[in-house]
Write a protein that binds this ligand. Structure first.
Ligand code: ASP
Length: 422
């Protein structure tokens, strides 16, 4: 499908450099008037991403939950979902703490929005954020149960859509098998089409990124730009490292009661594949092989929990979404209070369920979170600058989280061969 032989991430990188060089040259020549054109290219790409949000996330959640099987959740399903939710929340909180502590979106005491040249007026943004968070914590739960699901979809009110999709998927799984097939087939088909459509839109990422970056460069000094983005990337990498090297080994040691070092060794091929492909779906076969053959988890547990995890459990992605949203808020100089941060955490948790396991899929979810707290989308383009490397790391964390769940479930199920001799 890719018209050029070059891998997409190389194309994006080249587009990025080309955007920087061209805009730099235009700036020197005093031809800054090209800015609206670059803005148009960037906006077109962002619109394309936003167009995917509702059908992609809804179908992905319905398929994952409905696929839990006829008996509904069952013990294994309940445990797996509990583990996935807890590990994602731990990852999100790690990101939240670090981003609040380091404040990468603040430069020399000033919001980085100025040096990043974010256009939206900070007061207007703050007002919009205030409106969105109108009400209190209860308001979030009220939005989770929208009175009108069609209106919620039209307004891009994702909390409601996600909640509805979870229920919808669950009740599909409770239907009589003979009648379940039609609905399952429909949503599976829709999900596959939406995945293909996402890949298609991502083919335009080089053009979109070119426009977004060129526009920023025309208006900004590059050196100013690099500082906050580097700090943002460092916060993401540190938080991912904490989750990968501290939280998960502790879970392995004290909850699963296995040797974490042996588990890293067993998972090495899957982690490297995740790192190089930046796609947890593409890595799934290798993850299955490692968990079964190298970590010694039964086929029953692994073939249930890993495909489920590859769709609904993305610790690294959830963490990244949360840090990105807070970074952007900081860059606008918008203080997010407890309720708004809670909204970010909850939306990061829920959207990570619906994110597809393909490269850069987080962007769809970050757009959702920004919308949920009322922040503009214009800063999204900046995040593309270092995205590939961050994506490789968060995908490895996503895959590792799934494998830890499989090992833990296997131990809870009383399996004795887990990580023996690994
Ligand atoms: N690339 C990630 C994955 O496949 C998803 C994302 O965070 O963009 O797991």
């Amino acid at each position: 499908m890719n018209p050029l032989k070059l891998k997409l991430h190389w194309q994006i990188l080249i587009a990025l450099v080309a955007g920087v060089l061209l805009a730099g040259a235009l700036k020197r020549l005093g031809l800054g008037g090209a800015e609206p054109f670059f803005g148009f290219l960037g906006q077109l790409f962002l619109n394309g991403l936003r167009m995917l949000i509702v059908p992609l996330i809804a179908s992905s959640i319905v398929v994952a939950i409905a696929g839990l099987g006829g008996g509904g959740l069952g013990r294994l399903g309940g445990r797996a979902l509990g583990f996935y939710a807890a590990s994602s929340v731990a990852a999100i909180l790690t990101g939240l703490l670090l981003v609040n502590w380091v404040q990468p979106g603040v430069v020399g005491g000033e919001p980085a929005g100025k040096v990043l040249n974010l256009e939206a007026n900070a007061d207007a943004v703050a007002e919009k954020v205030g409106e969105r968070s109108a009400g209190d914590l209860w308001g979030i739960f009220l939005r989770m149960v929208p009175a009108n699901i069609v209106a919620a979809a039209a307004e891009g009110q994702m909390l409601g859509i996600i909640f509805f999709s979870i229920l919808f998927g669950y009740f599909i799984s409770r239907m009589e098998p003979s009648r379940r097939g039609t609905l399952e087939g429909f949503f599976q088909g829709m999900y596959e089409v939406m995945l293909a459509l996402t890949r298609f839109i991502m083919l335009f990422a080089p053009i979109g990124v070119f426009g977004l970056v060129a526009r920023v460069v025309l208006k900004t000094d590059l050196a100013d730009l690099a500082g906050p983005l580097l700090r943002f990337s460092l916060v993401v990498l540190s938080a991912l490292a904490l989750h990968f090297l501290v939280t998960m080994p502790l879970v392995l040691r004290f909850v699963a009661r296995v040797n974490p070092a042996a588990h890293y060794r067993a998972m090495a091929p899957a982690l490297l594949t995740a790192f190089s492909t930046a796609s947890s779906s593409a890595t799934l076969p290798v993850t299955m092989e490692c968990v079964q053959d190298r970590a010694g988890v039964s086929n029953r547990v692994s073939s249930f929990s890993l495909p489920l995890g590859a769709t609904v459990n993305m610790d690294g992605t959830a963490l990244y979404e949360c840090v990105a949203a807070l970074f952007i808020a900081q860059a606008y100089g918008v203080e997010l209070g407890f309720t708004q941060q809670f909204t970010v955490v909850l939306t990061a948790l829920l959207t990570s369920i619906g994110v597809a396991g393909i490269p850069s899929a987080s962007f769809v979810a970050i757009a959702v979170i920004l919308g949920a707290v009322g922040l503009p989308l214009e800063a999204l383009g900046l995040l593309f600058v270092f995205d590939r490397i961050l994506d490789m790391c968060r995908t490895s964390v996503n895959v590792f989280g799934d494998s830890c769940c499989a090992v833990t479930l296997a131990k809870w199920e009383g399996e004795t061969g887990v990580l023996r001799g690994a």
